[in-house]
Write a protein that binds this ligand. Structure first.
Ligand code: UFG
Length: 386
């Protein structure tokens, strides 16, 4: 299949690109690089032996999104491009609605205009809020608690309406639980900007010496050891599910909304211990007050993924920690290698003009990029990749 991957340079997007390319699909990435690094393209090139074509596009720019579809027809779109920080979404709700909801509407319009009717959408278990019971099934009540969650829920609903009323449109909404881990090569992984707000990147940055100690948010939750319990899922398992979802849509010609988790809850302290075993490093921590908005225990019922996609998580917590540690140890500062990063950014910045795709730039030590039209008007503060 020829597949457009929006947000393909981000954490989950890049791992999914690796899996899709290994299955023989032809990929075109679109990414704004606001929350991802162009170095990812170079790393994907090393892993795959061929660097995927990439367009720099902000999904809020309807014109630029339309121009992505100018070439040979795509068979499907996998859509990761979104802002994803819960705290930031409370501070800037409209930015989240604009990027995540309006950006997706532009994408859906461009797909319709180009006659592309297959979509895999990156959603989140955040749509369940604080569930009444665990494990959480897809038919559990949906009750979001922040603008990020709202943006995912509304986008899911728009997509579902489209599936219902457009006879040529099919989509799979994938609700991720807690993605962690990295590609086994250690060449791509999660690289949060600034202080990580999620647990696994925080633990790995403590282990590698970038941060002093982990703050554990609450030791008095009604859980196995008093700390929060989540369903951590290896990003390679998650990536595989996207390829399976594409094949499901083709095979069965239908749409679905599916949880992606292992079905097993792990506490904060269990994850800390597993990481210490995998890394051989100590991870000092201190138990502090609960974080506002957190819940005690969330884990998936992943039965529908098995039933519809034939998918189940295969990698356990040890592989999650080993692969995270390999990535962190090999890239202690993530993708921030100053000279390569600035060179790659230079390539990205050059020749970006409205409506005028520039030729592929290929030089030693920098990613191969085809820079496509980006927006005119004031610089955009955001648009990123999951
Ligand atoms: N935690 C800590 N210390 C930290 C960070 C997290 O103790 O520094 C704890 C949290 O309290 C929680 C657990 O680790 O118990 C996991 O927290 P994360 O922030 O890693 O993940 P959440 O489950 O809170 O949220 C994640 C994503 C959301 C998504 C949600 C879906 O960040 O975007 O999963 O279930 F919506």
């Amino acid at each position: 299949m020829r597949i457009l991957v929006c947000g393909g340079a981000g954490y989950i997007g890049s791992h999914t690109c690796a899996v899709l390319a290994e299955r023989g699909h032809e990929l075109v990435i679109a990414d704004s690089f606001v929350n991802s690094s162009p170095i990812v393209l170079q790393r994907l090139g090393e892993i795959l032996g061929k660097t995927p074509l990439c367009h720099r596009v902000d999904l809020r720019d309807r014109h630029a999104v339309g121009s992505l579809f100018a070439g040979p027809r795509f068979d499907a779109v996998v859509h990761f491009a979104a802002l994803k920080a819960v705290g930031e979404s409370c501070a800037r709700p409209l930015a989240y609605f604009d990027n995540n909801i309006c950006g997706t509407i532009h994408l859906l319009q461009a797909m319709r205009d180009a006659g592309v009717g297959r979509l895999v959408f990156s959603s989140s278990a955040t749509v369940y809020g604080d569930p009444d019971s665990v494990p959480v099934r897809e038919d559990a009540p949906l009750r979001v608690t922040n603008p990020y969650g709202r943006s995912k829920l509304v986008t899911e609903q728009l997509i579902e309406d489209l599936c219902q009323h457009d006879p040529d449109f099919r989509a799979v909404n994938l609700r991720y639980f807690n993605p962690v881990g990295a590609h086994p090569s250690g060449r791509i992984g999660e690289d949060p900007g600034g202080e990580p707000s999620n647990l696994m990147p925080y633990i790995s940055q403590v282990a590698v010496g970038r941060r002093k100690r982990l703050a554990v948010y609450g030791g008095d939750w009604p859980t196995i050891d008093g700390t929060g319990v989540r369903d951590y899922i290896h990003v390679m398992d998650l990536a595989r599910a996207h390829a399976d979802a594409l094949e499901f849509m083709l095979r069965e010609d239908r749409s679905a909304t599916i949880n992606l988790g292992t079905g097993r809850g792990i506490s904060v302290l269990e994850l800390v211990k597993a990481f210490e075993r995998a890394s051989g490093r100590r991870v000092p921590y201190r138990i502090v007050d609960r974080r506002v908005g957190d819940v005690a225990e969330v884990y998936a019922d992943p039965g529908l993924a098995l039933e519809l996609l034939g998918w189940r998580a295969e990698l356990g917590v040890d592989a999650m920690c080993e692969d995270t540690w390999r990535w962190q140890r090999m890239n202690p500062h993530g993708y921030a290698v100053p000279e390569v990063a600035s060179h790659a950014e230079g390539v990205l910045a050059s020749g970006i003009t409205l409506g005028d795709a520039t030729p592929v730039a290929e030089e030693a030590g920098c990613p191969v990029l085809q820079v496509s039209p980006v927006t005119q008007g004031p610089p955009h503060p955001v648009a990123s990749s999951i």
